[in-house]
Design a protein around this ligand. Structure first.
Ligand SMILES: C[S@@+](CC[C@H](N)C(=O)[O-])C[C@H]1O[C@@H](n2cnc3c(N)ncnc32)[C@H](O)[C@@H]1O
Length: 306
């Protein structure tokens, strides 16, 4: 079969067909078979992601063919996300080192970072920002990369995730303004205050987790599950954030499908749900002032969980 496949385009087309035939699940980095196959082929050949189409007709060596086919087969057989196979993922236009120490970067918050958090931060000065539940570090490192005058802290409870985040700090060369801290949410950073707190915490319910496609089993469960309604972390963050936000500070949190449960739990809290290019994605923005105004209801909801 390898004799029939010769060029870069051949292999991208073949990979996409294999993925489609095997019905793999997309969504960890790309939402379709052709983009996944392109990423996998170009990464394996050590070629840039924006390779000129003119090179599409370039032929692979036998060794390169075997390396690409081996990864296609692993993608199909093991259902390993393509970013773990190549060790690299793109997030907010930046390349990150990616492996099983942390989730594959894919938060829609990338779009907010790339558009300067407009309109949510318009007219506000940010000096310090926090990426809470940082995983690979992608959100906080991208914030620092796009805003070199910000000081950014990355927090995670997982030493493994933090070791990957530190590699990404070096990889993106943002060590002068980013530090990684091991902490259970805010517990390990008493007294620290930020103008902006951004978080993509675990928010998958236990029942949703049980039904997830096989790709997700390659990711650390610690990064996904958040109790019976997915709100274990979101409610703690809402309750504890005011103490760590400056007076005009802003909190941005991704809760995905748990948006509905959160709105049912706290109907009176004025969450602003972000509209992304692809639509709503369960990301809210809220000012510290609104968190303080609704603190009794938020604290009661958080305390009710024990
Ligand atoms: C959904 S992942 C998000 C990772 C990264 N922010 C991203 O967008 O790719 C959630 C992260 O929260 C971390 N985490 C889980 N429990 C935590 C806790 N109690 N305190 C801090 N981080 C926690 C996990 O280790 C995981 O890296």
């Amino acid at each position: 079969m390898t004799a029939e496949l010769a060029t870069i385009i051949d292999f991208i087309r073949y990979g996409a067909s294999r993925f489609g035939e095997a019905d793999v699940t997309f969504g960890h980095s790309y939402d379709n078979a052709l983009d996944e196959a392109t990423h996998l082929v170009l990464q394996t050949l050590h070629l840039p992601h924006d390779l000129s189409p003119a090179y599409g007709q370039a032929r692979l060596t036998s060794a390169e063919k075997q390396a690409v086919l081996d990864l296609f087969e692993r993608r199909v057989r093991e259902r390993t996300p393509v970013a773990y196979l190549t060790g690299k993922a793109w997030f907010a236009g930046l390349e990150f080192i990616t492996d099983r120490r942390a989730l594959v970067p894919r938060s829609p918050i990338a779009e907010l970072i790339q558009n300067g958090f407009s309109p949510w931060l318009d007219g506000r000065d940010v000096g310090r920002a926090l990426d809470l539940c940082t995983g690979s570090g992608c959100i906080g490192i991208a914030m620092a990369s796009y805003n070199p005058d910000w000081q950014v802290d990355l927090v995670d409870i997982s030493d493994e995730a933090l070791s990957l985040a530190r590699e990404n700090i070096d990889y993106q060369d943002v060590g002068a303004c980013v530090r990684a801290i091991c902490s259970d949410l805010f517990t390990g950073i008493p007294g620290e205050k930020y103008d902006l707190i951004v978080s993509n915490p675990p928010y998958v319910t236990e029942s949703e987790f049980a039904a997830l496609p096989a790709e997700y089993a390659h990711e650390p469960k610690l990064g996904l599950t958040a109790g019976s309604d997915g709100l274990d972390f979101a409610l703690r963050i809402l309750a504890e954030a005011p103490a760590h936000l400056t007076e005009h500070g802003v909190l941005i949190v991704e809760v995905g499908e748990s948006e509905r449960a959160l709105v049912e739990r706290l109907p009176e809290v004025p969450f602003n749900w972000v509209e992304f290019a692809v639509g709503a994605m369960g990301v809210f923005v809220i000012d510290r002032a609104d968190l303080v105004a609704h603190a009794p209801a938020i604290l009661a909801a958080a305390a009710a969980r024990g």
